[in-house]
Design a protein around this ligand. Structure first.
Ligand code: DX5
Ligand code: ZN
Length: 220
């Protein structure tokens, strides 16, 4: 499995529908939606009404990445608003098992997001209750940051852990993905690659998605 998930954070919000159609034309199958609350991260973005509007205009998979405090209060709400994937940060939630269950009960795939400085041991117990792990390769809060190279080793270790246990858990990577590192990242074990500025920071988002898919799968 290899999929590019354009992050709407870097899109032009005045013409969101058009920008979504552009990445679909380029071959994107997942839309990554960054939800920030100004507490867990120093930035505020979008919430439920926007997810509902996107749901109404596209058949693409909607992947909501909750960078918020107390995610257990809101996670199921995002699934009910139409998200197909909902991830919550391990650093923000002392009741991860309960929150993941609430997401699944609401009909979405449940993900654990983990910051660059958080060790994999923090998710060792919970990973078996998740459908995917979102590995942050920048510090969450903003688009356009540089990929942190040491995360590649973490990716490999997570891939090994998942394979050794025979789990059906996908790995998503988020932050600093571009056409120069996409092959190395997918080789390390990531299957869903989020790309914000590398897609929407270009003049032709459809072509940018195409190039990422081409470069990311060429090594296989
Ligand atoms: C950062 C967000 C990312 C961001 C990625 O906190 O979680 O999804 O949009 O943007 P790029 O690809 O520009 O690093
Ligand atoms: Zn994200």
């Amino acid at each position: 499995m290899f999929e590019i998930a354009p992050s709407l954070l870097s899109a032009d919000f005045t013409r969101l529908g058009e920008q979504i159609r552009e990445v679909a034309d380029g071959g994107a199958t997942i839309l990554h939606v960054d939800v920030m609350d100004g507490h867990f991260v120093p930035n505020i973005t979008i919430g439920l009404p926007v997810v509902r509007s996107i749901r109404a205009m596209t058949g693409l998979t909607i992947d909501t990445h909750l960078m918020i405090e107390q995610p257990g209060r809101y996670a199921a709400g995002f699934a009910k608003a139409g998200a197909n994937m909902v991830s919550v940060h391990v650093e923000a939630d002392p009741h991860l098992h309960r929150t993941l269950s609430s997401i699944r009960d609401a009909g979405a795939r449940a993900g654990i997001a983990i910051n660059p400085a958080t060790p994999l041991s923090a998710i060792e117990e919970a990973v078996q209750h998740s459908d995917f792990v979102l590995v942050m390769s920048v510090n969450p809060g903003f688009g356009g940051q540089r990929f942190i190279p040491s995360v590649l080793d973490k990716l490999r270790r997570l891939r090994r852990l998942i394979n050794d246990r025979g789990l059906a858990v996908n790995i998503e990577i988020d932050g600093g993905v571009d056409s120069g590192n996409v092959a190395e990242i997918s080789k390390a074990g990531a299957e869903i690659l989020v790309a914000g500025s590398a897609v929407y920071g270009t003049a032709d988002p459809a072509a940018a998605v195409k190039e990422l898919i081409e470069k990311g799968t060429r090594w296989v």
